[in-house]
Design a protein around this ligand. Structure first.
Ligand SMILES: Cc1ncc(COP(=O)(O)O)c(C=O)c1O
Length: 329
């Protein structure tokens, strides 16, 4: 096995906490793995991935990170934050273009000094490889040494973040005398989920029932995405495991009308957690995955004979881009 270098950016281990009020209310054991607390401005799941991607960029002598996302992308904001902290230049390819009313994650992109380049969504979708190549070529011509990482840093190197997070979680479960858990997380660009699958297989965690909730695409898409990302990572780093699709279960039905389109039951879940535990989810990823967990717990499918642990992957800054929706009754 070839283990890549990482640099330390996140506050690890993140807390594993029992949600006392909610557990009482639902007569179940509900816990939270607080990856929203990986570090204040660097909060969320992306930092674990960037610890590896940035280590690689620095080892290659790069001075610029280039990535892509929406104006409310948590990944772009985390990349901008990491770059500010490490004196690197961040170039964010944003689609669609941000509105003139700068808010939420994009406000932080700007504060962290990232350079943003805006594209229409259709143009970007049609010409993505050419746009990326052209951006990198322009930066090289200007004397920079750029490193590209795709949406969500969901490349094989980025998968190491959650591969290690699983080991961290297993140690925390052991320390609390918990024999295993139903582990629920949101899946979109795929690196968090693929990393968790690899961590589960590598550390032989048969007692972790891993459940991923698609928030942007259907289950067939994510099954194929996870298989491909896991296999490429296994091959790249000679991991002594075989990908096994039964290591992960996808929970369908929680995308709603599409990516980044919030819906009422997910917002109810967000408000419930805020009111019972003073913990804040986001409307794009974690609220959709958390309502999936709540529904499964209420139906006695999860959290019955072992705790249900939700991975809070962060995203809180995008709440500030949806104030009307979040306060609507
Ligand atoms: C807050 C949050 N949760 C979950 C996810 C999903 O993780 P991934 O893109 O690795 O599937 C993302 C990013 O896409 C995110 O920003």
């Amino acid at each position: 096995m070839v283990e890549p270098n990482r640099i330390s950016l996140a506050n690890l281990p993140t807390p594993l906490v029992r949600l006392d009020r909610l557990s009482r209310e639902l007569d179940a054991e509900i816990w939270l793995k607080r990856d929203d607390l990986t570090g204040l401005e660097l909060s969320g799941n992306k930092v674990r991935k960037l610890e590896y991607v940035v280590a690689d960029a620095l080892a290659e002598g790069c001075d610029t990170l280039v990535t892509e996302g929406t104006p409310q992308s948590n990944h772009c904001r985390a990349t901008a934050a990491v770059c500010a902290r490490l004196d690197l230049h961040a170039v964010l390819l944003l689609r669609p273009p941000p509105s003139n009313h700068i808010q939420g994650n994009h406000l932080l992109d700007v504060l962290f000094g990232a350079e943003t380049r805006a594209f229409e969504a259709e143009q970007f979708a049609e010409q993505r490889p050419a746009i990326v190549e052209q951006t990198l070529a322009e930066l090289r011509a200007a004397g920079r040494r750029p490193r590209w990482t795709p949406m969500g840093a969901s490349e094989p190197l980025g998968c190491w973040g959650y591969l290690h997070a699983i080991r961290e979680l297993v140690e925390q479960l052991d320390a609390r005398g918990l024999a295993g858990c139903d582990l629920v997380l949101a899946v979109s660009s795929g690196g968090t989920c693929a990393g968790a699958v690899l961590g589960k297989l590598l550390h032989h965690c048969d007692n972790i029932n891993l459940c991923a909730v698609p928030v942007s695409d259907d289950v067939a898409f994510h099954e194929a995405q996870t298989a491909e990302l896991c296999q490429t990572t296994i091959d790249c780093y000679e991991l002594p495991i075989q990908f096994d699709p039964s290591a992960i279960q996808f929970i369908p039905g929680y995308v709603g009308e599409g990516y980044a389109i919030p819906y009422p039951t997910a917002l109810d879940a967000l408000r419930l957690l805020a009111r019972t535990e003073a913990i804040v989810l986001d409307p794009v990823y974690t609220a959709k995955a958390f309502i999936a967990l709540l529904d499964a717990v209420r139906a006695r499918h999860l959290g019955v004979d072992r705790p249900a642990v939700f991975v809070h992957t962060g995203g809180v800054f995008s709440d500030f881009a949806w104030p009307d929706l979040l306060t609507m009754k």
